[in-house]
Design a protein around this ligand. Structure first.
Ligand code: ZN
Length: 445
C-alpha cells in the first residue's frame, strides 16, 4: 500500500532532471521514476506537483539553533527547526555557540534537550574546543565525529591546542571544523578603527585574516594527519587557498561557504547596515564573483546556512553602534530559495550541482548518505517541492520568529511549496504542520 504519491514533478537526481513520480510508504521512498504514477495509483494521498521541482530534503550541516545561555526567550531548537522545515531543510547538524560541548555529559544533555524540541532530524557537532585535553573518544561515543574550534575570538584556541585536538580527532576517525581568521590581523585592523557605523565593521575583518588562517589550518591538518573542514569560507580567494590543499593534501579537506557570502558584498552594507553583520565579514564584489566560480567548479564542496538567530530589536541597535549586536544571520529558511533564484535561475548552477551542494554532499559529510540527501528507493522520504514563481522576500512571510531577514525586499523566483519528512507533510508555504519532538537524533556511526 502506498501512503503518498507525488505526481508530475521534475525530479532532480545525480545525473539530471526528469519528470516523474515519487511513491512513499512507511516513511520511506518506495519508488521513483517516470512510470511510478500508474503503478501506485492506490495511494492514500496524491500530491499534484505538476510544474514543480522535487529535491531531496536539504541537509544543512552548519547552523546555530539552540543555546539557552545565549539565545533569548522564544529562540530555541523548536522555533529554529520549524524555520528550517519551512525552508525545505529536513536535516540539521547543529554547532555549539556560547555553551561549549566539550564533555560527553554536555553532549548528552544537549542531545536530550534538542530531541524534545526537534521538528526535523538532527546531528550535533562538539566544541567549541579551546583546551587541548578533550576526551575525544568518549564524546565520539555519544554520537558525533565532528569537533569545532577557532583561530579567532571569542572561542579562540591556541595553535598548540588546535594541533593536539587534530591529532586526537584524526586518530579516532573524526574531523575538525575550523573557523579560519587569524586573530593577530583582526586585532591590528580593529585598533585602527574608531567609528561605530556599520560600514567600519567590514574593515575590522580583512580578507588576509581568512587567507592566512585557511592556509595555516591546511598545514596543521597535514601535520596532525586529521581531516579538515573549513567552515564559512567568505571569499573566492579563500576558496582558492583551501583548494590548494584539497588538490594535494594527504588528508581530506572540505570547504563550505554560506548563502550570504554569495548574496551580498560589503557594498550592500550602506543599505542593510547591521542586518549584514556576520563573521567573517562580507568581502568585495569581485570576491563574491570568484566565490560563485568556486561553488560552480567544485572547489567549494557544500553550502550551509550558518543560521544564527537574533531578534530584530537587537539588530537595530547596530545602526548606532555596530559593535553591540551579535554577529550572524538568520538564513536556514531562505537558503534554498536563494540558491535556486540566484544560482539555478541565473545560470550559475545546474539543478544537479545545487542538489550536490545542499543535499547529497552535506549528507555524505554527516555520514548519513544515501538515507538522507538522495531520492532513491529505500531511503527516508524527505522531499522538498519547489514552485518556480516570482515574489518579493519579506520577513512577515517567514516562519522565523526573529522578525527580520537580510534578504528583505529581494526579488526571487523560487518558493518552497511543500516539505515532506519521513513521509509526512511538515510544511506548506512556510506554514508548519509538525510538532516539537518529531525529529530524531542521527548518531554518527
Ligand atoms: Zn557557525
Amino acid at each position: 500500500m502506498t501512503d503518498r504519491l507525488i505526481e508530475g514533478a521534475r525530479i532532480v537526481s545525480a545525473t539530471g532532471v526528469r519528470e516523474g513520480a515519487i511513491a512513499i510508504a512507511d516513511g520511506q521512498i518506495r519508488a521513483v521514476g517516470p512510470d511510478v504514477a500508474s503503478e501506485h495509483g492506490d495511494a492514500t494521498d496524491v500530491i499534484d506537483a505538476a510544474g514543480m521541482v522535487a529535491l531531496p530534503g536539504v541537509v544543512d550541516v552548519h547552523n546555530h539553533l539552540h543555546d539557552p545561555e545565549l539565545f533569548p526567550e522564544g529562540i530555541d531548537f523548536a522555533s529554529q527547526t520549524a524555520s528550517a522545515a519551512a525552508g525545505g531543510v529536513t536535516t540539521v547538524v547543529e554547532l555549539p555557540t556560547q555553551t561549549p560541548i566539550t564533555t560527553p555529559e554536555a553532549f548528552r544533555k544537549k542531545r536530550e534537550a534538542c530531541a524534545d524540541l526537534a521538528h526535523v532530524d538532527f546531528g550535533l557537532v562538539a566544541g567549541n574546543v579551546e583546551a587541548p585535553d578533550v576526551d575525544v573518544e568518549r564524546i565520539m561515543a555519544e554520537g558525533t565525529r565532528d569537533f569545532k574550534t577557532f583561530t579567532a575570538e571569542p572561542y579562540r584556541a591556541s595553535d598548540g591546542a588546535i594541533v593536539s585536538l587534530m591529532e586526537d580527532v584524526g586518530n579516532t576517525g573524526g574531523k575538525v571544523r575550523v573557523h579560519c581568521e587569524t586573530q593577530g590581523i583582526l586585532d591590528h585592523a580593529r585598533e585602527s578603527i574608531d567609528g561605530n557605523t556599520p560600514d567600519v565593521y567590514m574593515d575590522s575583518r580583512p580578507l588576509e585574516a581568512e587567507l592566512d588562517a585557511i592556509n595555516r589550518m591546511g598545514w596543521f591538518a597535514e601535520y596532525a594527519d586529521c581531516p579538515l573542514h573549513v567552515v564559512h569560507v567568505s571569499s573566492g580567494s579563500g576558496a582558492r587557498e583551501g583548494g590548494r590543499f584539497k588538490s594535494r593534501a594527504n588528508v581530506p579537506v572540505t570547504l563550505e561557504t554560506c548563502p550570504h557570502y554569495l548574496a551580498f558584498s560589503k557594498d550592500d552594507v550602506e543599505e542593510k547596515g547591521p542586518f549584514l553583520k556576520v563573521n567573517p565579514s562580507l568581502k568585495s564584489p569581485a570576491e563574491v564573483d570568484r566565490l560563485w566560480d568556486a561553488v560552480r567548479d567544485g572547489t567549494i564542496d557544500l553550502v550551509a546556512s550558518e543560521h544564527f538567530p537574533t531578534y530584530r530589536d537587537d539588530r537595530e541597535r547596530g545602526w548606532e553602534n555596530i559593535w553591540e549586536p551579535y554577529a550572524g544571520l538568520p538564513s536556514i529558511e531562505t537558503m534554498l530559495e536563494f540558491l535556486v533564484s540566484a544560482g539555478v535561475h541565473e545560470d550559475r548552477l545546474s539543478w544537479t550541482r545545487l542538489r550536490e551542494l545542499v543535499c547529497s554532499r552535506p549528507a555524505r559529510e554527516a555520514g548519513i548518505y544515501p538515507c538522507k540527501g538522495s531520492l532513491r528507493e529505500g531511503t527516508d522520504a524527505d522531499v522538498v517541492l519547489v514552485r518556480e514563481e516570482k515574489f518579493t522576500v519579506s520577513a512577515d512571510d517567514l516562519q522565523y520568529v526573529g522578525g527580520w531577514t537580510p534578504y528583505e525586499g529581494r526579488e526571487w523566483s523560487a518558493r518552497v511549496d511543500t516539505v515532506i519528512a519521513d513521509g509526512d507533510i511538515i510544511a506548506r508555504d512556510h506554514e508548519i504542520d509538525s510538532s516539537p519532538g518529531r525529529g530524531t537524533f542521527l548518531a554518527r556511526p
